[in-house]
Design a protein. Structure first.
Lengths: 401, 295
């Protein structure tokens, strides 16, 4: 098995002269399990490992009597590989917490194993809202985003602004269908109308045909229910065909800043998107992101990286408060203590495992308005935490009484 | 206004034109593959990766050396073609006497290595490459707004296809080449340097892939995976056209682009499968492909 393993000892306890141990140090092992070579490597990958390390350092684990070791592995976006690594980590390597896990199918598979072994998983990269819905687990915390929040966020906010008629370009697989279904429902619920949709094979290469169909539908907004390379190519070709210049708005349902970076502002300008985090929001995010970029080859963090940082921090606080790493105690602390960190602000971990915080509607800047590299987003509106997430009683989670 | 199967003709023309543009890429890529297979009997699985490298070379020329699109259109194929020549001399030339499978495995491995290296260096999301200033904008064709760059793609692809076909079928050099594939020993005995011709042919085929890569750079995201997305379709095009048939590759490339374009209108979900359905039918009826000569 190809298993890249970077082992980092983040803290070694130093003996303070004359001080005796009050208690045995808590030794923690965190495993960052994500895509290190495939389509999600930029938005998760090594950046998530750096984020977890930064959380351990910022928390000051060493001073608080904890030793924390971080391991990482490439699950190649395959649920079977992800399951094997998770199993091995827990059974033979003594991993206490698994982090990140992009790709919904891999996230669901890992959540299942973690539940069986009674450890903890904190998802940031994986998107499916089933993680805190029908497939929820007492051992799962879901940070950053989910398909419900994304499908709901951009459509609701845009319809409120008067962008009422929509056309969807949808990737023809489970993820695309789910996103389109949620987004269509949100458009209709907010009083908008669906002019049509087209499903494209996944992965696609040329999207001009679908863009032309969207253009001739006369819809005000073209919703992109696809992701990664498909989304990038759709946006690039939309700019080529002058879709946005023609007055239509492009709304990406799943867009990360690394993808906007790859597109360049010339092609991406005007794109509307919902995300949980942007580096240039306030002093806290700027300070953290600057430190992150210094360790990540100058690349700014994605919301997934930020989510790994915030979830690791929350976990460490809970361990400290519980005084042990025992799963039930730590999960209970995580759910009863409000979340508070410089990246997502205040929030909570709900009983179904959903970590809630505000979400934001962003618009990609025109090249002339950008002051330099990574100055990409302009904040259009805040989606308050109360509206951003699926109401507790609608997820079908068995933990909700 | 009349309608065809519920689609207004204006929309249909637009879609056909877009199909033709995609067909232009299929044609140039499958042409390179057909040349390499026809002359060297090598199934060049690295073709998609070489196409990707072509696009990246154009990107690097622009971002590191400030060399724009037009020079890149010539420089990138030469650079990548030269790289192909090195590969041929070092590795492929040792495999001609063996089964096709060895060449296929070698080039497949090469493709994986190239993609891995570029992914490591540039990340998976890729880089952006703008449309050259002289080709920006759109023209109003009445039934659609056609980006000028897309029109240029068709023109460039047609020129390259025609030139390659003429070179191989109508010139003295081409006749040496064709003779050398039929009977290398005899042609060598006449004083023609056959290994050199073969090496140059592989370099030429690879250069075609790189040329398509530069053409694609302003339209598609320049990313390490851009070739592997396309290569399977291009192989289907070559199989339908008849392995090794130059004319077959060109005609099939354009034709399949058109058919795919129509599928995207009438039943978009099947757009990527359609080509393989056609491939299966063609192989049932004409196992050597539409233009294949060999029995």
């Amino acid at each position: 098995m190809k298993l890249t393993k970077t082992v980092v000892m983040t803290s070694i306890l130093a003996l303070v002269s004359g001080a005796a141990w009050a208690q045995d140090p808590i030794a923690l092992k965190l495993g960052v399990l994500n895509d290190r070579s495939g389509v999600y490597a930029d938005l998760s990958g090594e950046g998530s490992v750096i984020a977890a390390q930064m959380a351990v350092e910022d928390f000051g684990a060493a001073d608080k009597g904890m030793t924390v070791e971080i391991v990482s592995a490439d699950h190649q976006n395959k649920p079977d590989i992800a399951s094997n690594i998770a199993r091995q980590w827990i059974d033979s390597d003594g991993v206490d917490l698994i982090l990140d896990v992009p790709t919904s199918s891999a996230a669901l598979a890992v959540a299942e194993i973690v539940k069986e072994k009674n450890k903890i998983v904190m998802i940031s990269g994986g998107g499916t809202s089933d993680l805190t819905g029908s497939k929820c687990s007492p051992n799962t915390v879901h940070w950053t985003y989910d398909t419900w929040a994304l499908g709901n966020g951009t459509p609701t906010a845009l319809v409120k602004e008067g962008q009422k008629s929509w056309f969807f370009i949808t990737a023809d697989y489970a993820f695309g269908h789910a996103l389109e279904k949620d987004a269509s429902a949100a458009v209709t619920a907010a009083g908008g109308e669906i002019k049509g949709q087209v499903k494209h094979p996944f992965p696609g290469q040329d999207f001009s045909s679908y863009l032309l169909q969207a253009q001739s539908s006369g819809a005000q907004v073209i919703g992109l229910a696809n992701a990664g390379g498909d989304m990038i190519n759709t946006v690039k070709q939309a700019s080529e065909f002058g879709i946005t210049q023609g007055g239509q708005t492009l709304a990406g349902l799943l867009v990360f800043i690394t993808e906007v970076h790859a597109l360049g502002l010339e092609a991406a300008q005007g794109l509307m998107l919902t995300d949980a985090f942007y580096w240039d929001q306030n002093d806290g995010t700027r300070e953290w992101s600057k430190r992150f970029a210094e360790r990540h080859g100058g690349d700014m963090p994605t919301s997934v990286h930020a989510g790994v940082y915030a979830s690791t921090l929350h976990y460490l606080k809970a361990v400290e408060a519980a005084g042990s790493k025992e799963t039930e105690a730590v999960m209970a602390k995580m759910k009863e203590t409000p979340t508070d960190d410089p990246l997502f602000g205040k929030g909570e971990v709900r009983v179904d495992g959903r970590a809630t915080h505000d979400m934001y509607l962003f618009k990609v800047k025109a090249p002339a308005d950008s002051k330099g590299p990574w100055d990409y987003y302009e904040q259009v509106s805040v989606i308050p935490a109360a509206d951003a997430w699926r109401p507790l009683d609608q997820g079908g989670c068995s933990l909700v009484k | 206004m009349f309608e065809l199967l519920g689609i207004p003709p204006a929309a249909l023309f637009g879609q056909l034109l877009l199909g033709l543009i995609n067909g232009a890429f299929y044609a140039v890529l499958s042409l390179g593959l057909a040349v390499i297979f026809g002359m060297l009997n090598i199934i060049n699985f690295a073709h998609g990766a070489q196409y990707m490298v072509g696009a990246f070379v154009a990107w690097m020329l622009l971002n590191h050396l400030g060399i724009g699109y037009w020079p890149a259109l010539f420089i990138a194929p030469i650079v990548v073609g030269a790289f192909g020549i090195v590969i041929e001399r070092l590795f492929l030339s040792r495999l001609y006497k063996l089964d096709h499978l060895y060449g296929l495995l070698l080039t497949f491995g090469l493709a994986l290595i190239l993609e891995g290296l570029f992914r490591n260096e540039f990340g998976v999301s890729g880089q952006s490459y703008g449309v050259p200033a002289s080709l920006t904008g759109t023209v109003n064709l009445g039934f659609m707004f056609l980006p000028i760059y897309r029109a240029w793609v068709i023109v460039a692809a047609l020129i390259v296809c025609l030139a390659t076909w003429l070179l191989i079928e109508k010139t003295r050099l081409g006749s040496y080449l064709r003779a050398a594939t039929e009977n290398p020993e005899l042609v060598q005995a006449f004083g023609v340097n056959v290994p050199l011709i073969i090496t140059l042919t592989y370099g030429g085929g690879v250069a075609l892939a790189a040329f398509a890569g530069v053409l694609a750079a302003p339209i598609y995201a320049v990313s390490p995976g851009m070739g592997s997305n396309l290569i399977i379709v291009v192989f289907a095009v070559v199989v339908i056209g008849g392995m090794g048939s130059i004319l077959g590759a060109i005609i099939t490339g354009f034709a399949l682009g058109l058919i795919e374009g129509l599928t995207k209108v009438f039943y978009p979900e099947a757009a990527s499968t359609m080509i393989f359905v056609i491939m299966a039918i063609v192989l049932l009826v004409k196992p050597n492909g539409l233009f294949g000569k060999r029995a």
